[in-house]
Design a protein around this ligand. Sequence first.
Ligand code: IDP
Ligand code: MG
Length: 165
Amino acid sequence: MSDAGNSDDGSRGADRERTFVMAKPDAVQRGLIGEIVSRLESRGLKLVGGKVTRIDRDLAEEHYAEHTDKPFFEDLVGFITSGPVFAMVWEGADATRQVREMMGATDPAEAVPGTIRGDFALDLGRNVVHGSDTEPGSNEREVSLFFDDEELVDYERIDETWLYE
Ligand code: IDP
Ligand code: MG
């Protein structure tokens, strides 16, 4: 298990958590990795892990296990394994919820302008970005599915005293 969520070792404040984010294959192909990273980085979230990787079928099925019985499951697994993704771990206050807000609605047609999906996507099956949902434990589960502990780096951003009171 990776040390994903709220830490009890004192290295992160109680409200600072880690969350899993992924630029999906469409984002990689469309040159949107930088845009996605830039938005989260500018917000003040801290990138503590990241890699370009390919998701194999087993990992895709595990990652999207909650959707196994949905009619779109096969298309979803086919899509997410169709090309490289950029997997990331971001850390910050209330990170999971804040990233979800910045991603916008699952269906880009419903996503408001200013959100990532609302600015860069049009179709439900090509919605450019994944972020852990706010169900307790989802973030830790996804972080440890994609990253080993050694791949995650603890450090301070120089602006942290200006980001947090
Ligand atoms: P999320 O990505 O906003 O958390 P989920 O409900 O977890 O949304 O669905 C996972 C992914 O499955 C979505 O991002 C989307 O790409 C795809 N998806 C969700 N619902 C549908 C659907 O009704 N038809 C086709 N694809 C869907
Ligand atoms: Mg989801």
